[in-house]
Design a protein. Structure first.
Length: 62
């Protein structure tokens, strides 16, 4: 994470890694918008993973 602007001693950080982390967090946030994924209504791990794959494909298309 980038340091706060009020810090007197600047801390180094990798901007590319931070951007990738942000993309991953936004992706999982969009996946959680689907209520079934957020509350995990699926009974088995296979159906949960299938739902996650379906939502990821739909997000990729969008």
């Amino acid at each position: 994470m980038p340091p706060k602007t009020s810090r007197t001693e600047r801390r180094a950080y990798d901007q590319n890694l931070y951007a990738d982390r942000n993309k991953a967090e936004r992706f999982f946030g969009r996946l959680k918008e689907a209520r079934g994924v957020a509350t995990r209504y699926e009974k088995t791990a296979v159906s949960f993973l299938a739902t996650a794959h379906l939502l990821a494909a739909l997000d990729w298309i969008r």
